[in-house]
Write a protein that binds this ligand. Structure first.
Ligand code: AMP
Ligand code: ZN
Length: 483
């Protein structure tokens, strides 16, 4: 089965080939832990969770690093302004370490709630300071760095392909617009590898800059620039070349461009063979942010009565490369779709067939199409993570299950297992069978109906509804659903 992805490196959809058969080395730029993740942030992590699931369904083991940015991400991409963590610390009257711990824990809990597969390695920038300093040292020895009053910078003019990844026009206005110009920098696109703690200040997070990295050999306190952590962790944990690197589209022109420049200057090898980027989730065309009042967190949605799985379904309804549009109407539609799917999943408890029945039914076209749907689902997602196409395929397959007495139990369970594996929607885990009491009531109600005792049938229906189960009478018998 073919796997293909849109690759920012080549700007086209490429067939996927890993360096080592059946193994994918993957890196995902993780959260900056100075505040709660909002639904836009989560949308990206949901897409990359699907990527992992699809790779696994295609037979790959995924060795994956996701970093936690707990230091060095400044308020402006121009390496100016405050560190987001130190700013968060002042806002909350805590230390930057406490802020980082609180939001890291919250993020990891959110991952669990959303059912995101845990990366093999979750690594914090502050745990990789030595590795980052070693990269600065190697870049310095190779002549890529220079020192100015506030730090050690990367000279992007020394990396000849710097503009290629994002298609930057460095001589034109684009460069000027990208970053505010620091007059001490040699080129507008140059970025800080290591910043010095400003004189007279004491940061919560700071480390000694080794004297050999300093022009005057005098050690000062400092901290890493944001981009350096990803290169340091990716190379030290996964090796010089990744198979896949992922992040949001905002990372293309600055963060990922800089990761490539640093890493490739040090190793002389390609940093990643495939680069995938999720487009942004917006809300009625506007940016999602706390200050605009639409930066909903997972907890906000839960408080409003939604499940994390509703958000997952909502996100999968759009392709990762197209801009998402959040509204509560759209979330509600996703919730309804999920509820319908759960009721289809519950049909497996109502197909009371034996293995022998299954054999009889296996000649049925519907069975064959259900078994084929599993394969088609994996293939659809393998085509550049076509999640909207995958959901339509599932809807179509479910629509064909119109007669409960006709459903092949094995084929349905097999399909549901595949859906759960590749979408993470956990249909099997969330759709328990009804209790023996309810089963008895359903049978009694059928008897009452057979006896045309309508008042009793009605009374039994109400009793069943008390268990949050609805009864639907179809041409081919009675079906129960979750209320
Ligand atoms: P941050 O925590 O700010 O470092 O961002 C974490 C990730 O979320 C990055 O990969 C961003 O590109 C991504 N991101 C930020 N805003 C959005 C959004 N509205 N929609 C989708 N992804 C986003
Ligand atoms: Zn990164």
């Amino acid at each position: 089965m073919a796997l293909r992805f849109h690759n920012q490196l080549t700007k086209r959809v490429d067939d996927f080939v890993s360096q080592t058969p059946n193994l994918v080395k993957m890196y995902t730029c993780g959260p900056t832990v100075y505040d709660y993740a909002h639904i836009g942030n989560w949308s990206g992590y949901i897409y990359w969770d699907i990527l992992v699931r699809v790779l696994q369904a295609h037979g790959y083991k995924v060795d994956r690093v996701m970093n936690i940015t707990d230091v060095g991400h400044l308020v402006s991409d121009a390496d100016e302004g405050e560190d987001k963590l130190e700013k968060g610390a002042r806002r909350e009257n805590k230390t930057a370490w406490d802020v980082a711990k609180f939001y890291t824990d919250n993020f990891l809990e959110g991952m669990k709630k959303l059912g995101l597969i845990e990366p093999t390695h979750i690594s914090k920038a502050t745990d990789y300071i030595d590795e980052q300093l070693e990269l600065v040292r190697e870049l310095k020895q190779k002549g890529y760095t220079y020192q100015i009053s506030d730090g050690i910078y990367y000279d992007t003019s020394k990396f000849s392909s710097y503009a290629d990844f994002a298609g930057l026009n460095l001589t034109g206005e684009q460069a000027g617009a990208r970053v505010e110009f620091n007059p001490e920098k040699r080129n507008v696109s140059d970025f800080a590898l290591w910043k010095f703690t400003p004189a007279g200040e004491k940061r919560d997070m700071e480390w000694e800059t080794p004297a050999d990295l300093m022009e005057d050999g005098q050690s000062v306190m400092g901290f890493p620039g944001w981009h350096l952590e990803c290169s340091a962790m990716a190379i030290s944990i996964l090796g010089n070349t990744l198979d896949i690197h992922t992040g949001g589209i905002d990372h293309i022109p600055v963060h990922h461009t800089n990761e490539i420049a640093q890493s490739e200057a040090v190793t002389g090898e390609r940093f990643s063979n495939y680069w995938l980027h999720n487009n942004h989730l917006k809300s009625n065309g506007t940016k999602i942010s706390k200050s605009l009042g639409n930066g909903y967190t997972l907890e906000d949605l839960i408080d409003k009565g939604y499940e994390p799985a509703d958000l997952r379904m909502f996100v999968l309804q759009s392709h990762y490369r197209s801009e998402g549009n959040f509204s509560f109407d759209n979330l509600e539609a996703a919730k309804n779709r999920l509820q319908h799917w759960r009721n289809v999943a519950a049909l497996r408890h109502q197909t009371h067939d034996t293995l022998m029945d299954d054999d009889d039914k296996s000649t049925d076209d519907k069975t064959v199409s259900l078994l084929a749907a599993s394969q088609a689902l994996i293939e659809t997602l393998g085509d550049d993570l076509d999640t909207p196409g995958a959901l339509t395929l599932i809807d179509d397959a479910f629509d064909r299950l119109d007669r409960v007495d006709d459903i092949h139990h094995y084929a349905l369970v097999d399909f549901l297992e595949t859906i759960d594996e590749v979408t993470g929607l956990n249909l099997l885990g969330t759709t328990p069978d009804v209790s023996e009491d309810v089963k008895m009531l359903i049978i009694e109600r059928e008897r009452a109906r057979d006896a045309k005792d309508w008042p009793r049938a009605d009374k039994l229906r109400h009793e069943i509804e008390g268990y949050k189960i609805n009864i639907r009478d179809t041409e081919h018998g009675t079906v129960w659903e979750y209320a």
